[in-house]
Structures are given as structure tokens and as C-alpha cells.
Design a binder for this molecule. Structure first.
Ligand code: NAP
Length: 517
């Protein structure tokens, strides 16, 4: 039997009373550890987090809580090598992809720690000036934002076990709100190890950070009206959570990051041979292969002028053909594996669905794997689909609706920019769209056209060829989240992320009272 990982709840380590669910190495197939949450007293653990953790955090001011983030980042930095090993073993990621998850988390924590320097040394955030409510000025109203008086429950997805925790925890802890994280089971080891290191280092007050690994049963029932829930995962689970009584009846605030059919658009001025064309090709190939396409922000639909379709297909196909797939322990490998057999099955199903709806432009399904047994490893090469004409894009529904959460994208030709924008909209709201060209007014105009449908519009032109942060990278300074199908959520965006963990309140009274707050 492999090690059973403990849960940290109620200020102590607690093992589940069941045999546990096994976590596997998705490349080698061996069992790594087990997780189990059977028999935990969630109500007591949540109460401890609210009462002990919440009170201790809120006894500090914003700047002091910023210091806590510095301390957490230092602990993670000191144990970074172990996280890389766990990620290789449990997520099958190559080093560069582990970096996005692990170093991305440390960078996000450090960014929020720096932002804390601009926050008050007090216990609430001011929100505008006081306004008089009486002719003689003897009575007024002042708005402030106070931290929510509950806990933040994070139910996370399997693809970012590190960043997924810390990109949420940084603004929550900075706000003064204790965190309970439930990582996705398949890759929970890294999250558990990071929480263990932070708890063992004693850098956070008791109850400020808890973890429940394994089944989600009972978590939603343990929420109280003043708690908040931040969920990342599938639209189906999101719909279940939205209808839970905690949300539907008791108004637990919810942030949802669900699936998203993100787009990239090559503008007509970026003809083959131009720098913007090359940037588009490079970005599309990178987005398809980074983290084996398991990024909520990855490009799924790539829109190109009909005249450039063949040139793009050829150039992207040439890049994909060079992608070495297999065991991330081999230095020559550029793309590791999917996280589990279940994901491999789901990606194969998705590829079969797209095969029935589009033509295959690059077929990675028969790519040879390096140091990996195809019968065991959850590896799959990249596949680029395409539709031959703009009319076929208009007539097709599948490519706009089916998210294949792996190294898969579809190339779609358009007749004019207005048509491209209308087709992007068929994704029904996405996390991100990117634009490529060298005509600043056209780029800006198109960005505004796409804005209502997206959380982020990433514009790439030769002027920022080497400095742009990448279509799929969620930077802490920029908002992450999208309308409609993407879940309607909003995370990050610098200090805007603190909104979710605060409540706005109007205090009314005499000016000397408001001034004394
Ligand atoms: P999922 O099944 O919805 O799982 C997500 C999380 O919810 C996991 O922690 C899971 O726990 C938990 N969960 C499952 N059923 C639950 C329930 N009834 N009540 C409470 N929690 C429950 O999602 P997935 O299929 O693993 O993840 C892939 C999807 O996530 C993709 O569609 C992708 O687009 C989306 N995603 C979105 C973002 C974003 O930022 N927008 C990021 C990453 C992924 P277990 O693991 O224990 O089942």
C-alpha cells in the first residue's frame, strides 16, 4: 500500500478513515500515494477556520498580511525541487510546464505581497468619499469594504495543482479570509505537499490554511452564508454547485471558472511572410502543446483569413511535427502526458467527435512516444483540425461547442473581420481571445469588438513580439475569468481580486463618526 496523505483541518493533521483513492504516475502507470477524506468532521473544521483562522488574520492589517505572503513564497521557494519531482511524477509535465504551475504560483504570491504595500495599515478598504445626506452636513454616508466574515472554499481543477491554489489563496489571505482547499483528486499530491510545507513552517496563523483531499462529499453542506466558494472545473459540476442550497438559498458568493472555447484571430494584414503571421503560428503551436493542451485558456479555435489558411496549416503542422512527446524525464521530450487515463479517454473521445465534424490537418495520434509505453502512458500527440471554407465554419456547430481539454485545436477560415468576430462569439463567452497583426487601429477596434465576450483580450503585434506574456498565461496583474460559458468569474487583475473576499457596506452617521472609522 502506498502512503495515505493526511488532511489538515481544525488545526491538525487528520487521516481519512477509508482505504483511500490512489493517485498514479500518468506516464509509468504506478501508484504514487492515496488520498481520503472519509469521516472528517467538516463542520467542526470549517468552524475552526472561520473562528480561529479568520480572527487571527483579521487581527492583522493588510500590510502585515502581505508579509505572510512573503513568508509563504519563501517556504515554497525553499522546497521547489520537491514540487518539480512531484509534478513530473503525478502530472507527467516537462520542466517548462511545471514551471508555469510552481513558479507561476510563487510569482503570483510575490506580486500580491508587493501590492500589499499600497494598501492601508488598517482593517478595511475605503471606497470613495463620504457624501452628505443632510442639508446642513450633519449626517452623511461613507462606503467601505470589509473582509467577509467567513472562509473561502476552493474546489480546484486537476491541471494546476500549485498555481490553482495560490492564485486564489494570495488575494484571500491578503484580504484576511481563511482558506480551505479541496484539490482535484488526480493531482492532489502537489497541493497537499505545499500546504504541508507551509503548515510545518508555521508561517500562517492556525486555521488560516486547511486542506481536504479526496471526495468532495459534504463540503458544500458545511458552508455558511458568510463563506465564499471559488470553483474551477467543468461546466457540469459548476451547474451542480450553483443549485446547492448554500448558494441558491443562503447566497454563498460563488466564483466559477469553467470550460472555455478560446480563440485566436490572425488579422488580414498579417499575410504569410510578415512578422505577425509568424507570431501567430508560433503561439498557436505553443498553446496546443504547452501542458499538453490542458490549460483552461488554451487556443481551441484559430481564425485566419481564407487566403492564408493553407499557409497557416502548413507552418503550424511543421512545428507540431517537431514536438517530441513522451516521458518528461527524458530531456528531448517537449510535451509530457495528460494527467490520467480518464483524461486520455476523454481526449480520444473529443478527437473522435471533431473527426466527424472537421478534417485533420495534422495528425499526432500516431506520433512515436519517447521512453513511454503507449499501452500505459497517458500521452497523445497534437492534432490540428480544420474547416476548408468560411461557409463551412458558419454551418458547423461542433467546433464552436466542443472543448477537447488536450493538445487539440481547429483552424477556421473567415471572409472578413466582422465575420470572424461573429464566429468567435459562438463560443458563448470565453476566458481569452488573442489578436495578431500590425495595424494598431484595426487591432484596437477588433479588441473592442471582442471585449464583451471575454475576460481578457491579448493583442500581439511585432512591437511586443518578445515581451508579450503569451495568450494562455494568466498574469496576476490581469483579470482571469470570462463571461457566459466560461463561468462568469473574475480572478486576479491585481487588487481587483480582493473584491471577491470583501463586502461593501455603507456606514451612515455624523461626519465625526465617519471620520473616526
Ligand atoms: P470537474 O470534474 O468539474 O472537477 C473539478 C473539481 O470539482 C475537482 O476538485 C472535483 O473533485 C470537484 N468535484 C467534482 N464533482 C463535485 C461535486 N459534485 N461537488 C463538489 N465538487 C466536485 O472538472 P474536471 O473535468 O476534472 O476538469 C476539467 C475541466 O475544468 C475542463 O472542462 C476545463 O475547461 C475546466 N477548467 C477550467 C479552468 C478555468 O480557469 N476556467 C481551469 C482549469 C480547468 P474530484 O477531482 O475529486 O472529482
Amino acid at each position: 500500500m502506498t502512503e495515505l496523505l493526511s488532511n489538515y483541518l481544525g488545526g491538525r493533521w487528520q487521516a481519512g478513515s477509508g482505504v483511500g483513492t490512489a493517485l498514479f504516475d500518468p506516464v509509468l502507470g504506478n501508484e504514487l500515494v492515496r488520498v481520503d477524506a472519509t469521516g472528517l468532521d467538516l463542520a467542526a473544521g470549517f468552524a475552526f477556520a472561520r473562528e480561529q483562522g479568520g480572527a487571527a488574520l483579521r487581527a492583522l492589517n493588510y500590510r502585515q498580511r502581505g508579509e505572510l505572503l512573503v513568508a509563504v513564497a519563501k517556504v515554497l521557494q525553499a522546497n521547489r525541487d520537491a514540487y518539480y519531482d512531484i509534478s513530473t511524477a503525478n502530472s507527467g509535465t516537462v520542466k517548462a510546464d511545471t514551471g508555469i504551475d510552481v513558479d507561476g504560483a510563487i510569482y503570483t504570491l510575490s506580486t500580491y505581497a508587493k501590492l500589499a504595500a499600497g494598501l492601508p495599515e488598517g482593517h478595511f478598504l475605503p471606497d470613495g468619499e463620504a457624501q452628505s445626506l443632510a442639508k446642513d452636513g450633519s449626517f452623511a454616508t461613507r462606503h467601505i469594504r470589509v473582509p467577509v466574515d467567513g472562509l473561502a472554499l476552493f474546489i480546484n481543477a486537476f491541471n494546476f495543482p500549485s498555481w490553482g491554489l495560490w492564485e486564489k489563496a494570495a488575494p484571500a489571505l491578503l484580504s484576511g479570509v481563511p482558506v480551505v482547499v479541496k484539490p482535484a483528486t488526480a493531482t492532489a499530491w502537489l497541493t497537499q505537499r505545499m500546504v504541508k510545507d507551509v503548515v510545518d513552517a508555521g508561517v500562517l496563523p492556525a486555521g488560516a490554511l486547511s486542506i481536504v483531499c479526496g471526495s468532495s462529499a459534504g463540503l458544500m453542506d458545511a458552508l455558511a452564508p458568510q463563506d465564499v466558494l471559488s470553483f474551477t472545473g467543468s461546466a457540469d459540476t459548476a451547474a451542480l454547485l450553483r443549485s446547492h442550497p448554500a448558494v441558491a438559498q443562503y447566497s454563498v458568493r460563488v466564483n466559477i471558472e469553467a470550460d472555455s472555447i478560446n480563440s485566436a484571430v490572425l488579422l488580414p494584414d498579417a499575410a504569410p511572410g510578415t512578422p505577425a503571421f509568424d507570431l501567430f503560428v508560433k503561439e498557436l503551436a505553443r498553446e496546443m502543446t504547452q501542458k499538453a493542451g490542458q490549460k483552461c485558456t488554451a487556443i481551441r479555435r484559430a481564425f485566419v483569413p481564407a487566403a492564408s489558411f493553407d499557409a497557416v496549416a502548413q507552418a503550424v503542422g511543421a512545428r507540431l511535427a517537431k514536438t517530441v512527446v513522451g516521458n518528461p524525464r527524458n530531456e528531448s521530450v517537449r510535451m509530457g502526458s495528460l494527467v490520467s487515463r480518464a483524461q486520455l479517454g476523454s481526449i480520444r473521445e473529443g478527437i473522435a467527435t471533431l473527426r466527424g465534424a472537421a478534417q485533420v490537418l495534422h495528425d499526432g495520434s500516431s506520433a512515436a512516444l519517447v521512453d513511454a509505453d503507449p499501452a500505459v502512458a497517458c500521452c497523445v500527440g497534437p492534432t490540428l483540425f480544420g474547416l476548408a471554407t468560411p461557409d463551412a465554419v458558419l454551418a458547423n456547430a461542433v467546433v464552436h461547442e466542443v472543448e477537447v481539454f488536450g493538445p487539440v485545436a481547429t483552424l477556421l477560415p473567415y471572409a472578413n473581420v466582422a465575420q470572424a468576430v461573429a464566429q468567435v462569439a459562438r463560443g458563448q463567452g470565453s476566458l481569452v481571445a488573442s489578436l495578431y497583426g500590425d495595424d494598431a487601429p484595426l487591432l484596437a477596434h477588433t479588441a473592442l469588438q471582442l471585449a464583451p465576450l471575454h475576460g481578457r483580450v491579448h493583442v500581439v503585434s511585432p512591437a511586443c513580439a518578445t515581451t508579450h506574456t503569451g495568450h494562455g498565461n494568466a498574469m496576476p496583474q490581469s483579470m482571469h475569468g470570462g463571461p457566459g460559458r466560461a463561468g462568469g468569474g473574475a480572478e486576479l487583475g491585481g487588487l481587483r481580486a480582493l473584491d471577491f473576499y470583501h463586502r461593501r457596506v455603507a456606514i451612515q452617521g455624523a461626519p465625526e463618526v465617519l471620520g473616526a472609522l
